[in-house]
Design a binder for this molecule. Structure first.
Ligand SMILES: Nc1ncnc2c1ncn2[C@@H]1O[C@H](COP(=O)(O)OP(=O)(O)OP(=O)(O)O)[C@@H](O)[C@H]1O
Length: 327
């Protein structure tokens, strides 16, 4: 099962440039979470801080009792083995076949025999639909296949936490829809805690159990998907509707004068957004174990949610007909 990730009061700067401050959130074990935010708000910096590759100057990231910010390199290295990382471009070695790319972490970090390595690699390639492409070089396949190869490589060490940085970048809408389903199917199969950084509104609306958003050097929201998808917080509502009017501008944030002009401009208020159903695992896949845990967790915090979110949660679970998944 996945591991809970607890982030407490995290603050990161590069020299005089503060990226974000006092970020606190919990990624519940085995659940899928999405991190949103305009370009340059530090989402990648956040992922790198969670795995201990970057050092925030304040705060903690607790995983299995180890603080990824303040522990020794040896302790951090041990915990890092529980992670699967998928970077934007797949980060594959151009001169190696897909098989060798996917086998790389096993050859690097384990003493497994080649027969065992072959079994694991082929199993992961099947999970992401790449069987038959073992001998291809990364330059010979499409961007979508490279992403799936990157995902297969992230899976070979049986990760308990998976971090995906913009897994959809450069994919067309159909490939993005397949990728969304693949992420949910993987979660059902391996029950790992997943954090996905994306700009894609379809992924944000249909994949995660939880969503968070970074803006103006702060985590402006983090919570159950229903809370963000029904939020009337201007930044969240603007981002999720992809509109120009609101606090987010071309260079991240608008100045006060522009905002005042927009307020005078008699724009219609944003209509309530329909809440799309969360994706279910494909037929033949196991149920997502996290769905049952998530249902208990969210129902227990119902009183803390705004009215619209509460109604959306109850509606989702009523439509699910008493099952464990949010529809
Ligand atoms: N190693 C570094 N040294 C100095 N500044 C850095 C470093 N890494 C990132 N930054 C700065 O941190 C800020 C946030 O970058 P980051 O890549 O995390 O943003 P992002 O939200 O992931 O953006 P995008 O959505 O465009 O990918 C940027 O201003 C970037 O220049």
């Amino acid at each position: 099962m996945g591991i809970e990730v607890v982030v407490e009061g995290l603050t990161k700067s590069f020299g005089a440039q503060n990226i974000w401050q006092d970020v606190s959130l919990t990624l519940p074990a085995g659940e899928v979470s999405v991190l949103l935010g305009p370009s340059g708000t530090g989402k990648t910096v956040f992922l790198k801080s969670v795995i201990g590759l970057l050092k925030p100057e304040a705060g903690r990231v607790l995983i299995d009792g180890v603080d990824m910010v303040n522990s020794s390199e040896r302790q951090i290295y041990e915990i890092r083995k529980s992670f699967g990382l998928m970077f934007q471009d797949g980060a594959l070695f151009g001169s190696m076949s897909l098989f060798d790319n996917i086998a790389f972490p096993l050859r690097e970090h384990t003493r497994k025999k080649e027969t065992e390595i072959r079994r694991i690699v082929m199993e992961r390639m099947e999970m992401v639909g790449l069987v038959g492409a073992e001998g291809k070089l990364p330059g010979e396949i499409s961007g979508g296949m490279r992403k799936r190869a990157g995902l297969a490589r992230a899976l070979v060490l049986d990760p308990r936490i998976i971090l995906c940085d913009e897994p959809d970048s450069g994919l067309d809408p159909v490939r993005t829809a397949y990728l969304s389903q693949l992420l949910i199917d993987l979660n059902a199969q391996i029950d790992a805690t997943m954090l996905i950084v994306t700009h894609n509104l379809d992924i944000a609306a249909t994949v995660p159990d939880n969503m968070g958003m970074l803006f103006r050097r702060e985590l402006v929201a983090f919570g159950p998907r229903e809370a963000l998808l029904t939020s009337d917080e201007p930044v969240v509502a603007q981002f999720l509707s992809g509109r120009r009017d609101g606090p987010i501008g071309m260079s991240e944030e608008k100045d006060a004068a522009t905002l005042a002009r927009e307020r005078l401009g008699d724009r219609p208020p944003l209509p309530p957004r329909p809440l799309p159903p969360q994706l279910e695992p494909s037929p033949g896949m196991p149920e997502r174990r996290a769905a049952g845990r998530r249902r208990q967790r969210v129902l227990a915090l119902l009183d803390e949610l705004p009215e619209a979110a509460r109604t959306a949660v109850l509606k989702s679970y009523a439509q699910a007909g008493g099952g464990t998944a949010a529809r």
